[in-house]
Design a protein around this ligand. Structure first.
Ligand SMILES: [Fe+2]
Length: 116
C-alpha cells in the first residue's frame, strides 16, 4: 500500500462533500496573492465534535525546478470554527500547480489540485 491509496478525490464523494476547493484571488499587496482553500464550498460538511474537518494543508509546485513546497497548514477546533483558510503567497507566478489536502476525522484524507 502507498499513501496515494488512502487519499480520496471528487470521484469518491458521497452526499457529504470533503474535497477542498482551491481558488486564487488577487492580493491587496503587489506580489502577494491569495490561495483560498475551503471544504464545504457548495455543500457544508458536518462540524461537530464527532465529525469535522480537522485540518487543511497547501502545497505548491514550482515552475522552474518542479519542487513541491509545503506552503502552510491550518487546523480547527470543531463547532466554533470552519474549514476555510486564506494562504497569502509571495510570487504566485513562480508556481505551476497547487495541491490541497483536507482531513476529516471520520472519512480520512481528501485532495484537490489547481493547475495554473
Ligand atoms: Fe466527513
Amino acid at each position: 500500500m502507498i499513501i496515494s491509496d488512502i487519499i480520496q478525490t471528487a470521484a469518491s464523494e458521497g452526499k457529504e462533500k470533503h474535497v477542498p476547493t482551491i481558488t486564487i484571488d488577487k492580493g491587496y499587496k503587489e506580489g502577494s496573492d491569495i490561495v483560498l482553500v475551503v471544504v464545504g464550498h457548495e455543500m457544508e460538511h458536518p462540524n461537530t465534535e464527532a465529525h469535522h474537518i480537522s485540518w487543511i494543508e497547501l502545497y505548491g509546485v514550482t515552475k522552474d525546478t518542479n519542487q513541491t513546497l509545503h506552503l502552510g497548514r491550518a487546523a480547527w477546533a470543531p463547532v466554533y470554527s470552519n474549514p476555510n483558510v486564506r494562504f497569502q503567497i509571495n510570487g504566485i507566478e513562480k508556481f505551476k500547480a497547487f495541491h490541497a489536502l483536507a482531513y476529516c476525522n471520520i472519512h480520512g484524507l481528501w485532495a484537490n489540485s489547481l493547475e495554473l
